[in-house]
Write a new protein. Structure first.
Length: 194
């Protein structure tokens, strides 16, 4: 394992430990602030279809964004893991009815009998991460699912939702790591500079 991979492994361990200890009050109150900032920055009605992660394990909550999109007539695609390499998308119509909150991998996933969504048709991705940096890099969960998905659709807007503590000055980066366009936290808005 090279130095960058070792550094990422240590950061993942640290940020997972921090996230595990967050209180539900912290998650709910900060997520509400982030949601309000998101709605001020993003006119969701301008997007035909978006991909949104379903939050769990104290991630920034996404249910309000999903509900807003669905009420606005925007198609919402949710990712699910196919195997150790692939993630695919399904369109949902209702947050509560179309999600398995305790799936085979213990993370929320769309029900598999829903309509498939084509990654290339998505116009905005809202992606999770353990940490981000001020250059719009993200530290994912080590499998590369989101990097591969973002690599296959270069035209969509890419947004990360974060708590302030998750945004570092710099993250270790590898050549396959995809950059986001925008990161929104309680007190920060980070945009990519190209």
């Amino acid at each position: 394992m090279n130095d960058v991979q070792n550094e990422k492994k240590l950061l993942r361990s640290s940020f997972k430990a921090i996230r595990t200890k967050l209180s539900s009050d912290f998650v709910i109150s900060r997520s509400e602030i982030i949601y309000k900032k998101f709605t001020k920055l993003i006119n969701i009605r301008k997007f035909n279809s978006i991909c949104v992660y379903i939050s769990f394990n104290n991630e920034v909550l996404t249910n309000s964004i999903v509900d807003l999109a669905l009420k606005s007539g925007v198609r919402v695609a949710v990712p699910y893991v196919v195997n150790d390499f692939d993630m695919k998308l399904k369109f949902i119509n209702n947050y509560n009815n179309d999600i398995h909150f305790q799936s085979r991998l213990s993370n929320p996933e769309p029900k598999l009998d829903l309509e498939d969504a084509d990654i290339s048709d998505i116009s905005m991705f809202i992606v999770p991460a353990l940490a981000f940096d001020e250059k719009c890099n993200r530290l994912g969960f080590s499998k590369g699912y989101y990097d591969r998905m973002l690599d296959s659709n270069k035209n969509a807007l890419r947004i990360g939702l974060a708590y302030d503590y998750q945004i570092l000055p710099n993250l270790p980066k590898e050549s396959h790591d995809e950059i986001l366009d925008l990161i929104i936290s309680e007190n920060k808005i980070v945009t990519a500079i190209f």
